[in-house]
Design a protein around this ligand. Sequence first.
Ligand code: FAD
Length: 487
Amino acid sequence: MKGKEQWHKRIFGMRKNLYIGGDKIGRDDERFGPVLDVVNLTYDLAEDPQYKDLMTATSHLSGETINRFCHVHQSVDDLHKKQDMTRMICQKVGGCVRRCMGVDAINAMYTVSYEADKDRPGETAYHENFKKWLARFQEEDMMGCCAQTDVKGDRTKRPHQQPDPDSYVHVVERRSDGIVVRGCKLHISEGAIADEILVVPTRALVENDADYAVSFAVPGDWEGVKQLVTIHNFRKRDHFPKGFDAGSTDSYVVFDDVFVPWDRVFLCGEYKHGGILALLFALFHRHSYSGCKPALGDLMLGICALAANVNGIGRAKHVTDKYADLIKVTELGYAAGYTASAMAKPEMYIPGLGMRPYGPGNYIPNSIYCNVGRCLTGESVLHELEILADITGGMPATFPYEGEFINPEVKDLACKYTTRCQDISPESQAQLWRYIGDVAVSSKSGCAMFGAIHGGGSPRMEKIGITSQYDIETCKQLVRDIAGMKD
Ligand SMILES: Cc1cc2nc3c(=O)[nH]c(=O)nc-3n(C[C@H](O)[C@H](O)[C@H](O)COP(=O)(O)OP(=O)(O)OC[C@H]3O[C@@H](n4cnc5c(N)ncnc54)[C@H](O)[C@@H]3O)c2cc1C
């Protein structure tokens, strides 16, 4: 494991290809500080003996100890540990861990590249190339991101039917030494600070979409790659710092006729596998949500319970009922992910065929449990905010700025009129309200809410995953038997 200093060195040395607010910036721009701090923790904890078991794994390629965010899951235990690692880090940073997209993409690409090679035996070497790429990724302890979501144009049309052929990333030229790709991937979390951008298709594909069945990995500053970046930081604290200040970024990653050499291409034209790769990344990613969403539930419960204490309503029945609502969703989300890990096998659901052995032996979490857990927790996000707003009252929305708490003319007044409870110091009460403002009434919290609903696919896509794979026919037969129906 190389650690965060090496990662910083690599990304700070990258070509400037990040566009933000009219400027072109490097990865060393100070606005990246809060998101770097989140990812730094994924490196630091891996070196901490207390977290070694969760944070590291043994590479099945090299036998070396590697960061778990670079690992291809080899067992049920690996998946349990990924879930617990994710929950643990999210609890510490108060939000998304920012490195899960990379590990989920690695697992999907590793699996599908193996199967795609079977289509034209001897003609393609996707899997061997991916393994070589992965060995370096693991050795260097790289930070990856996943670029899946395309522009998509008219949602009712397939990629090849779009008026603008660039609505989905596609191959525009095949050469002896590689391919040229064009298009744009949207909302790509941490594309700006990733060593490598892992590209996978968005959706199911048909034969005419073959040029859209493309998967590859390129460095974040690769020739022809331009990133239009948004940085999501909380309002800066000048006087009353928080325990942890987390940031995040998202990019529109533009592939402006980008050349990708064959050894970085892991799928090119195998349209059936393109659709499966889209499904499989989403599956691994929904499993990651069974770690992060419970952590957010833990934090939401803590926030609500502290706000209720400050307001003196901690024992009110309508408040404790709300705690139960939060705990139910949190632990059901966790339980779904746990079950998905426990039932993991080297097999996956192939549309039209059902469950089939799939990949070279790595472990794939159970799809039904990944989808029900993700869907339940994602759809609960707005309800959880409603609970929070009910318990807090209006305070987080209008809490005075920090400056009022240090201005000699009004600081005592600000303190007196924002204090509600005698058991907690006025300073701590103020810190709580400021934090709730960050969590619920900031531009970053708005962005996080959209991510919580759509990350890993819209709720509809999860429901399609659930209902298309669940054995509804058997349920109907149970009723026919009991009801005494003959047909
Ligand atoms: C903060 C944030 C971070 C993200 N990070 C990443 C990332 O790191 N990598 C990445 O690849 N993606 C990322 N995403 C993208 C995310 O996966 C997508 O937002 C999600 O898949 C939904 O896609 P969309 O935004 O294009 O919305 P759409 O798919 O357009 O969904 C909008 C609505 O249209 C409906 N719809 C779509 N198609 C059809 C159809 N054919 N028929 C009927 N209804 C339809 C949907 O069900 C939904 O109700 C991120 C998103 C957010 C908000």
